[in-house]
Design a protein around this ligand. Sequence first.
Ligand code: ADP
Length: 263
Amino acid sequence: MGIQDTPRLPFYQETGRECALFETAHAKGLPLLLKGPTGCGKTRFVEHMAARLGKTLHTVACHDDLSAADLIGRYLLKGGETIWVDGPLTRAVREGGICYLDEVVEARKDVTVVLHPLTDTRRTLVIDRTGEELVAPREFMLVASYNPGYQNVLKRLKPSTRQRFLSIGFDFPQPEAEIAIVARESGLEAGRVAPLVRLGGAIRRLSGMDLEEGVSTRLLIYAATLMASGMGVMQAIEAAIIEPMTDEADVQRALRDVVATIY
Ligand code: ADP
């Protein structure tokens, strides 16, 4: 475990041996899939690794309307002229950069068709509109993330797609690491962060409740940030944890009961 931090290197607290795996995947030109709940550090990990390897990062937040053209590029009308504009995936391939597709399962089905030839030995990006077939340079790397917790039958990564990627399972950090992360990101002293992280653990252990997911590290950082700026603990927890987590009054009451066991 190590804390990496220089002005140009985004802070990332390693929780296993994921940094070495990323480096090897990059060196060998293998695509990587990061699985895990929202707000547990996947994006920060990719930002950190791209900076560490000195690579340009092209991040795409996928949504249900995102199509292959959004990734590859399209013809645009500029000053009466039609010009081709590369999308983020094409730019990353041309440059030999890193392309990060955040929440890839959200994207439309035609995106998968583009990813397949790029993630096997062909390493090819086919641009139908221009007739180009780009072979990705060695340094190009494709990273994607998805959240198994959100999956439903319609939005599942097919085995034919997932088996093209190396995968790392992410989860919320262990308490000691999470305290270090939250303190570092919020500026709140570790002694005051510790009960918040305990609260996070208690909420994550709640089962049978109407919660889609446990509280994210991101929300704990928000709560700590409010507290560091002088806000009272209860108000901070309401605004950063209880309200963002659920709209159901009875679930909110249950969460407040958990808070009362710690504060
Ligand atoms: P995800 O991409 O998994 O949804 P993020 O990478 O955006 O989550 O993480 C949310 C926030 O939590 C980050 O902005 C960062 O402040 C913090 N964070 C979570 N895990 C770590 C970690 N291991 N090291 C440093 N910061 C982290």
